[in-house]
Write a protein that binds this ligand. Structure first.
Ligand SMILES: C[S@@+](CC[C@H](N)C(=O)[O-])C[C@H]1O[C@@H](n2cnc3c(N)ncnc32)[C@H](O)[C@@H]1O
Length: 246
């Protein structure tokens, strides 16, 4: 995958960038800058080539290539799943569409505030707020055996532009999800969540370190360098309901 991404990037870097005037019409300077960067982005182009719904697919592919968090037969809860690129990767890797008849069949449940177009092999709960107790109930009902082996969260609240506030809101979203883990996450399970670096990250890191055997911080290559986005990957969950450590 890494070699493939490098090749994709190299080939696109040699192509001339053509911007269509209609892309830029009526936009502010900041929007113009974002759009021109987005259109030049090799991961955006690679996502189109690979039919992923957005470039974020490559972040999960990269994490999975290095840490093998997804494999056939696993049950995945994908929080903040719209438009569905992570779910696409999860469906392929856990074989939830049954594409490989010789491997165990997994399950993918995606949840988002926004509508998500259907995807073969995935079940979507949307529009739904992950922090809403009614969503929590539905998630428990929909997950086979009421448990997930892997919880993914690429959730991001609507950015206000106030860095500290956005950071605090994202950390509390991750902490709320972690509060649900004793009921949802299978012993030995995995938790991968997106955060924006900031002063409250240590709170999340402390919780993860207490509740999982291994916690690491990851900045995927596909994550824009200028973004404060970092992912926490925690594996070997040991604070499930009924455990002595609960
Ligand atoms: C960066 S996007 C996720 C992209 C996705 N991983 C993919 O690959 O297609 C972040 C998503 O988080 C969702 N989100 C934010 N807060 C949420 C919440 N409380 N409950 C559910 N979804 C939420 C947003 O609606 C948005 O679609």
């Amino acid at each position: 995958l890494t070699r493939y991404l490098k090749l994709v990037r190299a080939s696109f870097q040699h192509q001339r960038f053509h911007s269509s005037a209609s892309h830029y019409k009526g936009r502010t300077g900041a929007q113009h800058l974002w759009l021109s960067r987005h259109l030049r982005d090799s991961f955006v182009k690679a996502a189109k080539v690979e039919s992923y719904r957005c470039r974020s697919a490559f972040k999960l592919l990269e994490v999975n290539e290095k840490h093998q968090i997804l494999r056939p037969g696993l049950r995945v809860l994908d929080c903040g799943a719209a438009p569905g690129a992570w779910s696409q990767v999860a469906v392929q890797r856990v074989n939830s569409a049954g594409t490989d008849p010789s491997s165990p069949i997994g399950f993918v449940l995606g949840v988002d505030l926004l509508h998500i177009f259907p995807l073969e092999g995935a079940t979507f709960l949307c529009p739904a707020d992950v922090t809403d107790p009614r969503t929590f109930q539905r998630v428990l009902e929909l997950l086979p055996g009421g448990r997930a082996d892997v919880i993914l969260s690429d959730m991001a609240p609507n950015a206000t532009g106030i860095r500290d506030l956005d950071h605090d809101r994202l950390i509390s979203l991750c902490l709320s999800l972690l509060d649900m883990a004793p009921d949802i996450l299978h012993p030995g399970g995995t938790f991968l969540c997106k955060t924006w670096a900031g002063s409250q990250s240590h709170l999340l890191q402390k919780r993860l370190t207490e509740e999982f055997q291994n916690t690491r911080i990851i900045k995927p290559e596909a994550s824009r360098k200028e973004s404060s986005e970092v992912y926490f990957l925690a594996t070997q969950y040991h604070r499930w309901k009924g455990s002595a450590k609960h």
